[in-house]
Design a protein around this ligand. Structure first.
Ligand SMILES: *Cc1c(COP(=O)(O)O)cnc(C)c1O
Length: 429
């Protein structure tokens, strides 16, 4: 079997995500034969460093021995069971741990990030419905991304994904994201949020944000103090605060969850991606006992949250999630990452000398280099992706923004090779 054998068979029947399929007339699809640690291996014997953690999901490497072991053990007893009227040990344990980590009290499960966002939106709207109030609007930040299902897409604001569908979107209001980390930008954005809340608060159920980093929004970063003030405004105006930690959760920004850096406690937290260490689809909406109680009554009052997905609470996925949390505890991951974060910061300095670099940004284990002087139509990101593959590195720039967010098991030498390779590619462009 070669790369090209599988590519031909794939293209005969498969339509890939987030892809103009015609691109594959010129750009080969890469069939992966196996993966280990931070590396992917194709059928022609090439090796690629997975520097973006397979779309931000992988934390402790591919085919991680400990996670593999825990999933295999789980396979011996239970793979999946309907999650209405039934429960299992892995999910009880996972929920206890997630509540302990977040300080919230209740977990509602789904099976991917977008579905978690839908749950949080519906639940916040439904909470007010159960109080006899109809609040049909949601507020989100400009340049935000919350997933691809219609509700999640509607609260998002990345034109490229959303514009086509604008006629079928739910009611949302966008408020400006702070344009950088400065005090002025933060205050300006807070003033705009206050003005919006003043005008529409009795119609707004929730404010949804990606804490600290808008990952799909070209790795835009802003200050924790914005989150702190925004949460205060939400409390003042009776609006729920939803932290979409799907991409930034589980240590990506340096702390277990990004919102912690603002010293706040959200009303809803959406978790997915790193939750299972990149192994299996699973998501959680974590919320408060107060929210839960608003739905808790005799059946015939019809206030229950009747949302469900077939694979909710899958036992294998929960086993992977528990194994992932074990690794965080046993290996002191957040503490060890601090050295890697400092190392990345030091190594990124040199990019500031390149004429085609506009800005260098970093929050924890996420680093981004924004380029300048290229037109969108040149697809410079794609050129960089192709050059990097030739040198054994897989990155997938967002427009003119080159970024990396590797699995935490990357070594210092590998980080150095990654950063130096990106530097050389940018210098030679
Ligand atoms: C990826 C992502 C989602 C959507 O998760 P899926 O599992 O891809 O549906 C939602 N919000 C944020 C911030 C994300 O990065």
């Amino acid at each position: 079997m070669t790369n090209s054998d599988l590519m031909v068979r794939d293209l005969a029947h498969i339509w890939h995500p987030c892809t103009q399929m015609k691109d594959h007339e010129a750009i080969p699809l890469i069939p992966i034969k196996e993966a280990k640690g931070i590396y992917l291996y194709d059928f022609d014997g090439n090796r690629y460093m997975d520097a973006i953690s397979s779309w931000w999901v992988n934390l402790f490497g591919h085919r991680n021995e400990y996670i593999n072991k825990r999933i295999k053990e789980q396979l011996q007893t239970l793979e999946h069971v309907i999650f209405a009227g039934f429960t299992h040990e892995q999910i009880v344990r996972l929920s206890e741990r997630i509540c302990e980590l977040t300080g919230l009290q209740k977990c509602f499960y789904a099976d991917n990030g977008s579905s978690a966002v839908e749950v949080a939106l519906k639940m916040s709207f439904h909470y007010f419905k159960n109080e006899g109030k109809t609040k049909p609007y949601f507020v989100s930040l400009t340049n935000s991304y919350h997933g691809e299902t219609l509700g999640a897409l509607a609260v998002g604001d990345v034109e490229l994904y959303k514009d086509t569908y604008k006629e079928i979107m739910i009611q949302t209001l966008q408020t400006p994201v702070p344009k950088d980390r400065s005090k002025e930008a933060t205050e300006e954005a807070i003033r705009a949020l206050k003005t919006l809340f003043e005008k529409y608060h009795d119609k707004i159920s929730a404010f949804i944000v990606e804490p600290l980093v808008q990952c799909a929004g070209y790795m835009h970063m802003y200050s924790p103090s914005y989150l702190k003030s925004a949460k205060e405004l939400c409390e003042e105006y009776g609006i729920f605060f939803i932290a979409d930690e799907i991409a930034v959760g589980f240590g990506r920004t340096g702390t277990m969850f990004a919102y912690e850096q603002a010293g706040i406690k959200p009303d809803f937290i959406c978790l997915s991606k790193g939750l299972t260490g990149g192994y299996l689809p699973l998501s959680i909406v974590v919320t408060t006992d107060e929210v839960y109680q608003r739905f808790y009554c005799d059946y015939n009052e019809f206030k229950a949250f009747l949302h469900s997905h077939s694979y909710t609470g899958n036992a294998l996925a929960c086993a992977a999630a528990n194994a992932t949390l074990d690794i965080f505890e046993q290996d002191k991951v957040l503490e060890k990452n601090r050295e890697k974060i400092a190392f990345i910061a030091k190594e990124l300095q040199k990019f500031k000398d390149l004429a085609n670099v506009k800005e260098v940004r970093q929050t924890g284990m996420i680093a981004a280099i924004e380029l300048q002087g290229y037109d969108f139509s040149e697809r410079v990101g794609l050129q960089i992706n192709q050059k990097a593959l030739q040198r054994g590195i897989f990155i997938r720039p967002l427009g003119n923004v080159v970024y990396f967010m590797p699995p935490y098991v990357i070594t210092f030498d590998e980080l150095k090779f990654l950063i130096d390779t990106i530097f050389d590619i940018l210098k030679e462009l």
